[in-house]
Design a protein around this ligand. Structure first.
Ligand SMILES: CC(C)(COP(=O)(O)OP(=O)(O)OC[C@H]1O[C@@H](n2cnc3c(N)ncnc32)[C@H](O)[C@@H]1OP(=O)(O)O)[C@@H](O)C(=O)NCCC(=O)NCCS
Length: 163
């Protein structure tokens, strides 16, 4: 049974396009890694913002992988959706693709997982609506997200107990 007031994953999912310009690239004509990180952070924050309808902060960016470069003149396509929400935190998955406008070919270049926390008017964490995973793929991602959420909490409590 789904919790009351749950919002579907599709309601906050986002897609964005970036035309790769010279200012985005290194001397080899490949997009700078830091630029891709910025694009990823922006679209993932929009997803968390849409779900919570609150200001959000990035708590963590993890599992950022660059599988292949995005070249000058290509179009970067970013797709982001919530995987899982805790009480005040939201895990967003982002996939990045490069599309060649001449051939129309598209390939996957990067993935990342980010956690955002919604804040109240005093800048303190505030509960977010529950999340409704509808498709089999969303349900699988939700379970994976819940496992990572528990692992992160364990890691933090271990490092807190050491300090
Ligand atoms: C993120 C932040 C608000 C958490 O505050 P906090 O006092 O540690 O709050 P809590 O311990 O109550 O945790 C709140 C939630 O954040 C989650 N969280 C805290 N630290 C986290 C981390 N490093 N990674 C992932 N989630 C984290 C907790 O699991 C909790 O989630 P839940 O409510 O869903 O269970 C705080 O650490 C902060 O403001 N960080 C700086 C954020 C920032 O400036 N980002 C911009 C990049 S520099």
């Amino acid at each position: 049974m789904q919790p009351i007031g749950a919002k579907p994953i599709s309601a906050s999912a986002a897609e964005a396009l970036q035309v790769v310009l010279p200012n985005d690239t290194n001397p080899l004509g490949n997009v700078l890694g830091g630029r891709v990180m910025h694009w990823i952070d922006m679209i993932a924050a929009v997803v968390a913002f849409r779900h919570s309808n609150r200001p959000v902060v990035t708590a963590a960016m993890e599992r950022l992988e660059f599988h292949s470069p995005i070249r000058l003149g290509q179009v970067a396509i970013l797709k982001a959706a919530l995987n899982y929400v805790g009480r005040t935190s939201m895990e967003v998955g982002v996939e990045v693709y490069a599309e060649d406008p001449m051939s129309g070919e598209r390939h996957h270049t990067s993935s990342a997982i980010l956690t955002y926390v919604a804040l109240d008017n005093n800048g303190k964490p505030i509960p977010v609506p529950p999340l409704r995973a509808e498709t089999p793929e969303e349900k699988r991602r939700y379970q994976d997200g819940e496992r990572r959420y528990q692992e992160r909490k364990q890691r933090r409590s271990h490092s807190d107990s050491k300090s």
